[in-house]
Design a protein around this ligand. Structure first.
Ligand SMILES: [Zn+2]
Length: 185
């Protein structure tokens, strides 16, 4: 296994429509392993093949529960809506807020070519959508509602008095399992 170099925005490979995977061979298995290792090394929650310069329809996702290897994935149903922060390993140092379905069902093949379906909700649904978009050359900056301006770090000289924010009452309908938006996809 090996860490692969992540292609960054501006590289035309990220804008290509990727071809289906047709050979379920050792090269595919190595690609998926390398992609997972590269994702974990960069503290990401997902990575698509074009992000490592391979224009094939394959991606990996792990939002903290398990690793999904998705070959030739497609979203076969979408439900609801969520708005939240999203980042991308190919767009380092930036994040934006966009709308995604709250729940999706993905049909894909595993590394052996066996078909399966997996459903995802919340951040997992967001991750599936983000990675599958990459396979069509689409990035979150194309669909985001607004950019998140990151606070500069190390600017606190101690002169500002930190006032604790009053605790908000627990909001109804809040998605509580959503991470803080720091995991890039
Ligand atoms: Zn991405």
């Amino acid at each position: 296994m090996a860490i692969r170099k992540i292609v960054e925005i501006g590289d035309e490979k990220l804008r290509k429509h990727c071809k289906p995977v047709e050979k379920f061979d050792i090269r595919l298995r190595l690609l998926l392993k390398d992609m997972a290792e590269t994702m974990y090394q960069n503290d990401g929650a997902g990575l698509a093949a074009p992000q490592v310069g391979i224009l094939r329809r394959a991606c990996v996702v792990d939002v903290g529960d398990q690793l999904y290897e998705l070959v030739n994935p497609e979203i076969i149903s979408r439900e609801g809506e969520q708005e939240g922060p999203e980042g991308c390993l190919s767009i380092p140092g930036r994040a934006g807020v966009d709308k995604r379905p709250m729940r999706v069902v993905v049909r894909a093949q595993n590394a052996k070519g066996e078909p399966f379906e997996v459903s995802g909700e919340g951040f997992l649904a967001r991750a599936f959508c983000h990675e599958i978009d990459h396979l069509d050359g689409v990035m979150y900056v194309d669909i985001m509602e607004r950019e998140i301006i990151q606070d500069d770090e190390g600017e606190d000289d101690g002169s500002s008095v930190s006032t604790p924010e009053p605790a908000d009452p627990p909001a109804k309908n809040t998605v509580r399992d959503q991470p803080d938006g720091e995991a890039s996809l």
